[in-house]
Design a protein around this ligand. Structure first.
Ligand code: Q46
Ligand code: ZN
Ligand code: ZN
Length: 309
């Protein structure tokens, strides 16, 4: 297999794009494509300040690397969740993130949930009796709350996450299976800023997971290989496996599934009621972030509940 650009030996073959590239041209192609998506979906400009949520995994570190290479002003945010699971998952991911920031001379903000609120994520899940023994719903809620808080407090224009196509297609698959109209309407590469919520963007949403792995390895990025110990057996992973089977039989199926959804939604051709009433939002009296629940937001209520037992 030969590189399409230089005719040298290809090191990656992307059947879904009918494109094979050598390492050098692959390392150029990924940022070029990312730049194209940033412009196509109007994510942000070079004048805006970007906060990248970094976990120590390949996708978020690769995103930070790509944005920096493209000349964007991107700082990192690492949330220390206090998850261990045998290998000190959180410590190791924190260490790799710090190392990456130092090696590339980048600014990293670190927020430790336990220091901030008195509980690690697994403990918070136990004491607040949420999530039926799995900390993921508490974790998701805390991550969204904290990312938004930091972005707002520190004056960032936009919050970027490293979700790739496999992640997005799996979420879309789940939302479609349940016909969750409200989620379907909100899913996409950009979630515009609204009432106290920072703009959220996913610049890698059109790259396959294996493309991001290949990029990180080719760039020599050291990242945490293990998944969070709580990810095992999740519905998300089940959907990913189902989509992988589909992809093996029909290369490009995942990309088509996701991009056609975006096109259909944009053209207004989705079979969803378009005027879902926007929940009335008001600022949480505790933290000031917008919420649709009466009184405290879900995050602050969870913390209160944890404290009172
Ligand atoms: S939600 Fe659940 Fe993840 Fe949090 S506890 Fe781990 S698996 S990290 S994406
Ligand atoms: Zn080449
Ligand atoms: Zn609140």
């Amino acid at each position: 297999m030969k590189c399409r650009k230089c005719g040298g030996k290809a090191s990656i073959n992307m059947r879904q794009h009918r494109l094979a590239l050598c390492k050098e041209h692959y390392l150029e192609w990924i940022p070029e494509q990312t730049e194209r998506f940033i412009k196509k979906y109007r994510m942000f400009t070079k004048d805006e300040k970007i906060l990248v949520a970094v976990s120590g995994g390949k996708d978020s570190l690769a995103l930070w690397d790509i944005l920096t290479r493209l000349g964007y002003q991107a700082d990192g945010l690492y949330l220390a969740l206090g998850i261990d699971g045998g290998i000190d998952y959180s410590d190791e991911s924190h260490r790799l993130t710090e190392e990456f920031a130092q090696a590339n001379n980048l600014k990293l903000h670190v927020v430790n949930i336990e220091q901030e609120y008195g509980y690690s994520i697994p403990t918070l899940s136990l004491v607040s009796h949420r999530g039926h023994g799995k900390p993921c719903s508490v974790c998701g809620l805390a991550k969204r709350h904290e990312m938004n808080r930091i972005a707002r407090d520190l004056g960032y224009d936009v919050l970027a996450t490293g979700h790739n196509l496999d992640d997005e297609a799996a979420v879309l698959f789940g939302n479609t299976l349940h016909w969750s109209a409200e989620y379907l309407l909100r899913q996409g590469p950009v979630l515009p800023e609204s009432d106290g919520l920072a703009r959220k963007v996913k610049p890698l949403c059109r790259f396959y997971e294996r493309e991001m792995t290949a990029y990180s390895i080719a760039r020599g990025i050291e990242y945490i290989y293990d998944e969070c110990p709580f990810a095992e057996g999740s519905q998300q992973i089940f959907y990913k496996e189902a989509l992988n089977q589909l992809e093996t039989a029909r290369p490009g199926a995942k990309l088509t599934f996701y991009t056609r959804f975006l096109e259909a939604r944009q053209s207004g051709n989705l079979f969803i009621e378009k005027d879902i009433e926007k929940a009335h939002l008001h600022p949480c009296p505790q933290c000031g972030q917008p919420t649709s629940t009466p009184d405290l937001c879900s995050f602050c209520r969870m913390i209160e509940k944890a404290k009172t037992g």
